[in-house]
Design a protein around this ligand. Structure first.
Ligand SMILES: [Zn+2]
Ligand SMILES: [Zn+2]
Length: 236
């Protein structure tokens, strides 16, 4: 069998980068990983999430009631179905979601829907999985761009994002940062104000993508740290 990357530390991409194919797998990979016999491999605990852009929102009739079905496109452009079979049938999510927002499914398990035999698998979300659902108000593509920008900004020498100078604040010996995303740095107020017109388009995604990039996905044991601007944690 061709060897393929199985664990985050086999990848060149950091585990907290959305480009890491293990922590943030495609649907294909999720299917492969779930069909692979891992009994001879010691169980390694790491965290992963499927991310895709909501492409369509359908409230489907089902035995005199309704349930939410989302059509989502992720790393692979194929549309997959995410159907809510929890006791709320996903309906409370309707006030959080929009077409174009990203859906995050933590610890994704693929599901072949009987009515869609032969179609790509998707996710069937039941009660215990509702806590693993997150909504982020940016498309997957925008999050990827913010992800790349985040890693480029943190790897750079701390130059001003405005004028590119490396002069530090004489009092703090540090470049002051954007107070919203905490990633871009400035030599002073003037450059910060001037750069805002350009920076404001990327600031919010840069802030939001840190829910992913500020976690150590290989070892993090719970859902913290990090905050999501729009988050759904399931029925109360
Ligand atoms: Zn400057
Ligand atoms: Zn910012």
């Amino acid at each position: 069998m061709a060897s393929r990357m199985k664990y985050p530390w086999d990848s060149d991409e950091p585990t907290n980068s959305l480009r890491n194919e293990v922590t943030f797998p495609s649907i294909q990979r999720i299917v492969e990983d779930n069909n692979t016999d891992l009994t001879s491999v010691p169980k390694i605990d790491y965290h992963c999430a499927y991310i895709g852009t909501i492409d369509d929102i359908v409230v489907r009739d089902f035995l005199d009631s309704h349930r939410l079905v989302l059509l989502v496109k992720g790393r692979v452009k194929k549309e997959i179905k995410v159907a809510f079979y929890d006791r709320t049938r996903g309906l409370p999510l309707l006030s959080y979601i929009q077409i174009g927002y990203a859906l995050v499914v933590l610890y994704p398990k693929p599901h072949q829907f009987i009515e869609d035999m032969g179609q790509p698998v998707g996710f069937k979300i039941e009660d215990e999985q509702m806590k693993n659902i997150r909504i982020i108000p940016h498309s997957y593509r925008k999050l990827l761009a913010a992800n790349d920008r985040y890693f480029s900004l943190i790897s750079k020498p701390p130059n001003c994002a405005g004028c590119n100078s490396d002069k530090e604040d004489t009092a703090t010996k540090k470049l002051p940062r954007c107070p919203r995303c905490w990633v871009t740095k400035y030599c002073g107020k003037e450059c910060q104000t001037e750069d805002w017109d350009k920076h404001k388009k990327e600031c919010r995604p840069l802030k939001d993508v840190q829910w992913f990039t500020r976690k150590d996905w290989a070892t993090v044991q719970d859902d913290a740290p990090g905050k999501l601007p729009v988050m759904f944690t399931g029925a109360d």
